[in-house]
Design a binder for this molecule. Structure first.
Ligand code: C2O
Ligand code: CU
Length: 474
């Protein structure tokens, strides 16, 4: 009965398919030629001169190629699986038709080793996104399968340079190779599996990671947290950082002293480099698992580009997202429980009430959402919520755990309305929101993209440990 419920949903969304694309969007550009993206084994030098590390990557590198398109384009990406296990690719943050969302057992069958799948969809939103497998993500992502996905605005803001930093980390053993301890219950039930070497665009972070700048230069820096569990908390000496987008969506430009980026999250910054030639400034990760200095801005001695910040405005044109009306929104609640330090809870696993320690010992699960712990892509579960297409929703998320959880919803953007009952300053759009220990976060959105969509923690070990579910929009 549950299975048929799901296949019903599946066929409904398949029928809606590509044809259901939103009214009011016109596709300016002709379809791009097909791009081929292939997952496979990679050996990569993380530091100049150090031995190569065995990874998995896209098109022979970690991260994979930066995909760069323009808003309104029709994209065709052929994914080939050169691994020895099943995979699939999810386009994190892109509002694609459900069948293109890349979630094995929910929106598609996994791509078998040697197999291929063509993903085809229009780009509704400009912004900073990324791609990664949604199959055993707790293993496939930290092994190196991730990449940046940039969709340019029709009219981008003026900057001197537009840079992308894919932040992640890797766990290396004494032999210099990845420690293959993915999915340990100890990590699942705690902060997640955190690496011991931070990477920026696939190379070791630290003092050697230099960005050469010129006085007067304006940089747009797009940061993507592709780590499976590490929360980055970044400061930059000697410079004001202006946030202009969260998760790809425009936000009222404002100064940020510290960038807090949970796994899956992105931020677009504008940085005006106004220091003197020859000067050096550090970017530092100050989180409790902080890596210290991760990169340096190094001013070259050449003539300055300008002596004041560039005059051009930095406000991005917003994408079109249906505005949730809080007055007529339906309220829904979701309680998060579990984890190592949490009070013992009882959750439902495969229909059976189960205590935390049994959950961990017998099922390898550690977390519940509304008292249920789900195995990755288990076919037997009902969605957490059924929404009618076009319905306005306020989702009250209540974190009863002692851990941080970057909660990610597929297929939609939501406004972050309130934290602990207090309205947020920017009411920002996001697809992933970092929920603090014992905190409550209210989000609001219009459920306007039909299909069954993942809603999960982006600490990939937490997701594997039960913090994952779906919502159905029909
Ligand atoms: Cu970045 Cu459900 O994924
Ligand atoms: Cu989590």
């Amino acid at each position: 009965m549950m299975i048929s419920r799901r296949s019903l949903l599946k066929s409904a969304s398949a029928a809606a398919g590509l044809a259901s694309f939103p009214a009011g969007v016109t596709w300016a550009a002709p379809p791009r030629p097909r791009f081929d993206l292939s997952a496979g084994f990679v050996e990569q030098e993380l530091k100049a001169g150090s031995p190569k590390v065995r990874c998995w990557g896209f098109n022979g590198s970690v991260p994979g190629p930066v995909l760069r398109y323009r808003k309104g384009e029709q994209v065709r990406i052929l994914v080939s699986n050169g691994l020895s296990v099943d995979t699939a690719v999810h386009w994190h943050g892109l509002r694609v038709p459900n069948a293109m969302d890349g979630v094995p057992m929910v929106t598609q069958d996994p791509i078998k080793p040697g197999g291929q799948m063509l993903y085809e969809y229009p780009l509704r939103d400009s912004g900073t996104f990324w791609y990664h497998p949604h199959q055993s993500s707790f293993e496939q992502v930290p092994r190196g399968l991730y990449g940046a996905y940039i969709v340019e605005e029709s009219k981008p803001i003026e900057v001197d340079r537009d840079l992308v930093w894919v932040l992640s980390d890797i766990k290396l053993g004494a032999d210099g190779q990845q420690v293959e301890d993915y999915g340990r219950i100890l990590d699942l039930a705690n902060e997640g599996r955190i690496g011991n070497q931070v990477l920026i665009n696939g190379t070791a972070a630290g003092a050697a990671q230099t960005l050469n700048v010129r006085r007067g230069e304006r940089i747009r820096l797009r940061l993507i947290n592709a780590a499976s569990a590490r929360i980055f908390r970044l400061t930059l000496a000697g410079h004001a950082m202006s946030a202009i987008a969260f998760d790809g969506q425009a936000v009222q430009p404002h100064a940020v002293k510290q960038v807090n980026l949970g796994p899956g999250m992105r931020i677009d910054l504008v940085i005006d480099c106004l220091q003197a030639g020859g000067a050096v400034y550090s970017m530092t990760d100050v989180g409790h698992r902080g890596a210290g200095e991760i990169a340096r801005l190094v001013y070259d001695g050449s003539k300055s580009l300008r002596d004041q910040p560039m005059a051009a405005p930095i406000r991005l044109a917003p994408n079109k997202i249906a505005e949730p009306d809080l007055k007529r929104a339906q309220d829904h609640y979701i309680v998060f429980q579990g984890g190592m330090r949490g009070a013992p809870v009882i959750g439902t696993v495969d229909g059976q009430p189960t205590k935390t320690h049994e959950m961990m010992e017998k099922h390898g699960l550690a977390w519940t959402m509304n008292y249920t712990a789900q195995h990755e892509h288990a076919l037997m579960h009902e969605p957490l919520f059924y929404f009618k297409q076009g319905q306005h929703i306020t989702l009250h998320m209540i974190n009863e755990t002692d851990f941080w959880h970057p909660m990610h919803l597929h297929g939609h953007f939501f406004r972050v309305v309130a934290v602990n009952g207090q309205p947020t300053r920017f009411q920002e759009w996001r697809d992933t929101v970092l929920m603090g220990p014992r905190e409550s976060v209210d989000i609001a959105f219009v459920a306007d993209n039909p299909g069954e969509w993942m809603f999960h923690c982006h600490v990939l070990d937490h997701a594997a440990g039960g913090m994952m579910g779906t919502i159905a929009v029909e």
